[in-house]
Design a protein around this ligand. Structure first.
Ligand code: 5AD
Ligand code: SF4
Length: 458
C-alpha cells in the first residue's frame, strides 16, 4: 500500500471532500495516514476564506517540501497536490510560489484526481497539472459510494453560492449554486445509515437554498428533503449547515416544529447587527428581519438554540455599527458563535471599498465581541446543568473508563462508563459545565425497551 496524507482546512464541506478524495485514490493503492512523513502522496485541501488560511498553506507546503526532498535522496517520489478553494482562486500562482507542487485541482474537479495522479506519476507534466474548470457534468456523478462508518457523518447536498456577499470568495471558488437530486442524496443517506451513521449533517455553502430534482419530477426544497430523509429507519438526528437568513422560509421553519429528528440547533450567520453594514455586505436583509426569523423559529421550537458568524471591522464599520452588533448578540443570546476580523480578499467588492478599518481597531472589536460570545456560551452551558439530555456517544474519552458524545446542541459531553457506548443514544443527567464541554451521569431508565433503537457498533 502507498501512503496518502490528506489535510483539510476550513469548512465541513472540505472535510467531506477530503473523505471523497481518499475514496477516489484508494483503488490506486493509496491508504490514508495520519501525517506526511514518508508519504507517497500529500493532498492539502485548502480554504481561501481568510488571508491567514492561504498563508498557512504556503508554510505547510514549505515543511512538506523538505520531506519530499529527503525522500527523493533515497529514491522515492512524493506527489504533492493542492486542492480546494486556494487552488481554485490562486491557480498557477501556486506553481509560481511553490514549484515543487505537482497537482493543483479545484473543488469542482477533484473527481479527476486519479487521472491527474497517474499523469504526475508518469512525469508527463511535472509541476504543470492544473484542472480548474467548473465541469458541465457534476463531479457527484463520478464520486464513489460513501464508505461511512462513523456515528456522525456529513452529506453534501448543495454547493456554491449565488448570494455574492461583498466580502466572500465562495461564489468565485465554489461557483454557482448547484443542488444534487433527491434520489441521489437519499441513496447516499441510506448507505451511510447502513454503515452505522445515526446522525447526518446536510452540507451546503448555502444549504437552505437547496432546490433539487425530486423523484416526482418536481423541484424539492430543503424542508421536503429533510422530511423525506427523516423516514430512513435508524437515522436519529438530522442537521444542516450553513444557512442564509433570507432562505429561512416558513416551510423550513415549520419543519423545525414538526420533524423530531431535526436537531434544535441552527447555525444562522448574520455577520453584523448594523443595517448600514449589512447593506454594504450585500446581505439583502436588515437586522430586524433576522430578529424576526429567530423569533419565528423560537415560537416553532421553543428549545432551539442558535449559533452565528460575525465579521468585525468590515470597511466603514463605525463604533456605532459595532455596538449594533453587540446589541444583536445580547438580544439573541447564542449558544456559540464564530467571529473573525474582516480580511480583504482579492477580487471581492469589499476589498476595494474605501474606509478600510485599521487592524488595531479590528483586534480590539474582536476581543470585545469574543468576550461577550464566551460569556453567552458559558451561560448556555450552565443552563444545561441538572438537565436530562439525550447524548449521541461516538468515541472514547481521554481517560480510561470515559466515553464522549454530543448533545443536540453540539456540546461535547463526557460520562464515566465501564461499557462501550459508542454508537448509542442515551439519556444523561448533566452534572458539570466547564468551558465548552459538559459532563454527566448515565441515567438508568429501568425500562428495557425505552431505548430499543440503541445499537452497539463494534
Ligand atoms: N473576512 C473575514 N471573515 C470572512 N468570512 C467570510 N469571508 C470573510 C472575510 N473576507 C466569514 C463569514 C462566514 C464564515 C464562513 O467566514 O463570517 O460566514
Ligand atoms: Fe473555505 Fe469557504 Fe472554500 Fe469552505 S467554501 S473551503 S470555508 S473558502
Amino acid at each position: 500500500m502507498k501512503k496518502l496524507f490528506i489535510k483539510s482546512y476550513g469548512c465541513q464541506m472540505n472535510v467531506y471532500d477530503s473523505g471523497k478524495m481518499a475514496d477516489l485514490l484508494a483503488p490506486l493503492g493509496f491508504a490514508e495516514a495520519l501525517d506526511y512523513s514518508d508519504s507517497d502522496m500529500v493532498v492539502l485541501n485548502t480554504c481561501h476564506i481568510r488571508e491567514k488560511a492561504a498563508e498557512k498553506i504556503y508554510s505547510e507546503l514549505g515543511r512538506i517540501r523538505q520531506e519530499k526532498e529527503r525522500m527523493k535522496k533515497s529514491g522515492r517520489e512524493m506527489i504533492i497536490a493542492v486542492a480546494g478553494c486556494v487552488a481554485q482562486a490562486e491557480g498557477h500562482e501556486i506553481f509560481a510560489r511553490a514549484p515543487f507542487v505537482d497537482i493543483v485541482v479545484g473543488p469542482q474537479s477533484y473527481h479527476r484526481l486519479p487521472d491527474l495522479v497517474k499523469k504526475a506519476a508518469n512525469g508527463k507534466r511535472v509541476n504543470g497539472l492544473i484542472d480548474l474548470e467548473f465541469p458541465e457534468i457534476s463531479k457527484f456523478d463520478s464520486l464513489p459510494e460513501p464508505k461511512g462508518g462513523n456515528v456522525s457523518e456529513f452529506l453534501s447536498i448543495q454547493e456554491g453560492c449565488d448570494q455574492f456577499c461583498t466580502f466572500c470568495v465562495v461564489p468565485y471558488t465554489r461557483g454557482a449554486e448547484y443542488s444534487r437530486s433527491v434520489p441521489e442524496i437519499h441513496r447516499e443517506g441510506l448507505k451511510l445509515v447502513e454503515n452505522g451513521a445515526m446522525e447526518i449533517t446536510l452540507l451546503g455553502q448555502n444549504v437552505n437554498a437547496y432546490h433539487g430534482a425530486g423523484p416526482d419530477g418536481e423541484v424539492w426544497n430543503l424542508a421536503k428533503l429533510i422530511k423525506h430523509l427523516a423516514k430512513i429507519p435508524g437515522l436519529k438526528r438530522i442537521r444542516y449547515t450553513t444557512s442564509h437568513p433570507l432562505d429561512m422560509d416558513d416551510e423550513l421553519i415549520a419543519a423545525h416544529g414538526a420533524e423530531e429528528k431535526l436537531m434544535p440547533f441552527l447555525h444562522l450567520p448574520v455577520q453584523s447587527g448594523s443595517d448600514k453594514i449589512l447593506k454594504a455586505m450585500n446581505r439583502k436583509h436588515d437586522a430586524d428581519y433576522y430578529r424576526k426569523v429567530i423569533e419565528k423559529l423560537r415560537r416553532t421550537r421553543p428549545d432551539i438554540a442558535f449559533s452565528s458568524d460575525f465579521i468585525v471591522g468590515f470597511p466603514g464599520e463605525s463604533d456605532a455599527d459595532f455596538l449594533a452588533t453587540l446589541n444583536l448578540v445580547k438580544e439573541v443570546g447564542y449558544a456559540q458563535c464564530y467571529s473573525f476580523k474582516y480580511s480583504p480578499r482579492p477580487g471581492t467588492p469589499a476589498a476595494d471599498m474605501d474606509s478600510q478599518i485599521p487592524d488595531e481597531i479590528k483586534s480590539e472589536r474582536l476581543q470585545v465581541l469574543q468576550e461577550l460570545i464566551a460569556e453567552q456560551q458559558r451561560k448556555f452551558n450552565e443552563s444545561c446543568l441538572a438537565q436530562e439530555m439525550e447524548i449521541l456517544f461516538d468515541r472514547k474519552g481521554k481517560y480510561a473508563g470515559q466515553i464522549m458524545g454530543k448533545s443536540a446542541y453540539m456540546q461535547s459531553v463526557h460520562v464515566n462508563s465501564a461499557e462501550d457506548y459508542a454508537g448509542r443514544l442515551a439519556l444523561v443527567k448533566i452534572t458539570m459545565a466547564r468551558g465548552s464541554s459538559l459532563a454527566g451521569k448515565m441515567i438508568e431508565t429501568g425500562e428495557e425497551n425505552r431505548y430499543n433503537h440503541i445499537r452497539k457498533i463494534v
